[in-house]
Design a protein around this ligand. Sequence first.
Ligand code: 5GP
Length: 205
Amino acid sequence: MQSKKKGNIFIISAASGTGKTTLVSRLLKNNADLRVSISHTTRAPREGEEHGVHYHFVPKEEFESLISKKAFLEHANVFGNYYGTSIAGVESLSNEGFDVILEIDVQGAEQVRNVLPEACSIFILPPSLEILAGRLKGRGTDSADAIATRLAEARREIGEAAHFDFIVVNDDLDRAEADLLHIIKAGRLKRQAQQAFLDGLLENS
Ligand code: 5GP
């Protein structure tokens, strides 16, 4: 449902293998007033990924030109590729009244917190590091070395959870999705999010 009120910004971060993408897809499917910001990236599309749907896939030169034009709310180098959130993309969704999810890494989350302190940040944790290791191995796509590197990176990212507003443990998809939705709904009720309504109410009295 769209409204004239500006939508809120929700940052969702997690170490890879935590189920963040699955949870965000579920939220989008079940909530018509939520949108995810489609990031720009210089990484190559994976099988089944579409330009403009999963990412805006752009060459490095174009990405760097966008950086110099200050087109990004945040940008970071993740696993050797650039990723960034377009200011124009987020603004147009928020102005249409949609709550906007930024599914970004911990470096990007820190940048957004600095420029948009009102954004709500959520970190998704795996139930344990053993379970995360099992999930990464279960993908069957990485070598033992690559898995060890990803796990070390996961530990480092999880250490950053201390800077987030909320922590959701993904031990059960249904429960974690419900937890995320509670946070999003509570975000809509925050005084800052209702300030325009409050001002209007007093003006018209
Ligand atoms: P993947 O290449 O697997 O889609 O994403 C790799 C990592 O980059 C994930 O942690 C994902 O959340 C993060 N990521 C995706 N888009 C952005 C973005 O626009 N900015 C930042 N900082 N990270 C992003």
